[in-house]
Design a binder for this molecule. Structure first.
Ligand code: ZN
Ligand code: FE
Length: 253
């Protein structure tokens, strides 16, 4: 399998996964044009489209790509994703392109209520739930829902490649550093991400092992959050950490 992160819009990635003979799956095509260009460049043939959630920056190009390729759009049941051809359900084993691709559908409410992630081929396509060294904003779900979603993802194998929806890694590292300043794994990971970005390359995918070592939202049990939250429950600590992140303003060089 070959994995390609296609930049789209300002900081989104559309993920393309292809087998050895060029059958390809696209995840979260917020825009059609960069995906068309990548398909033309590689010669890959789009066989299926997967959507994690209803936000326009993840689905905006899906209908056009489906129309030009004939690929079916797979998405969770949500009236805000009208263009879906096939609805996916949590716990389902998806078989795409005559069984060439297999994914487990994982419910990941929090950023939005109907958000799902797709796990297969040792990769996780997690949209705006888990970011590298961060997590999505809580637009619809509760802190408890998001924490449970992240806990579920954290049980996957540590070698799992984390393919998330946005290039937020350096900004997330700046925040993580502010609350986890002595984490040497984080410092090393940030240096690597900075070098990749300086070369114009995606910082992604990371691995789940990287995230378990560096991502403060997977480390709420061990990190000092500050204030009253430290005496509170794990959910309260997570909620406080997410609020800190919402208010955090950093200058990322
Ligand atoms: Zn989103
Ligand atoms: Fe997004």
């Amino acid at each position: 399998m070959i994995l390609l992160a296609v930049p789209a819009l300002s900081d989104n990635y559309v993920w393309l996964l292809a087998d050895e003979v060029g059958n390809a799956v696209a995840v979260d095509p917020g825009q059609a044009a960069p995906v068309h260009a990548a398909l033309a460049r590689t010669g890959w043939r789009l066989r299926a489209i997967l959507l994690t959630h209803h936000h326009a920056d993840h689905i905006g190009g899906a209908a056009e790509l489906a129309a030009t390729s004939g690929a079916a759009i797979h998405a969770p049941l949500d009236p805000r994703i009208a263009e879906a051809d096939i609805r996916v359900e949590a716990g389902q084993q998806l078989e795409l392109a005559d069984g060439l691709f297999r994914f487990e559908v994982i419910a990941t409410p929090g950023h939005t209520l109907s958000h799902v992630a797709y796990f297969g081929h040792e990769m996780l396509f997690c949209g705006d739930t888990l970011f590298s060294v961060g997590c999505g904003r809580l637009f619809e779900g509760t802190p408890q829902q998001m924490l449970e979603s992240l806990d579920r993802l954290a049980t996957l194998p540590a070698s799992t490649r984390i393919c998330c929806g946005h290039e937020y890694t350096l900004a997330n590292c700046a925040f993580a550093r502010s609350i986890d300043p002595h984490n040497t794994a984080l410092a090393q990971y940030e240096a690597r991400a900075r070098a990749l970005r300086a070369d114009g390359l995606p910082s992604l995918p990371s691995t789940l092992g990287d995230e378990l070592a560096c991502n403060p939202f997977l480390r709420v049990s061990v990190l000092p959050i500050g204030g009253a939250a430290d005496a509170g429950s794990r959910v309260e600590r997570f909620a406080q950490l997410r609020r800190h992140k919402d208010q955090f303003k950093a200058v990322v060089a």
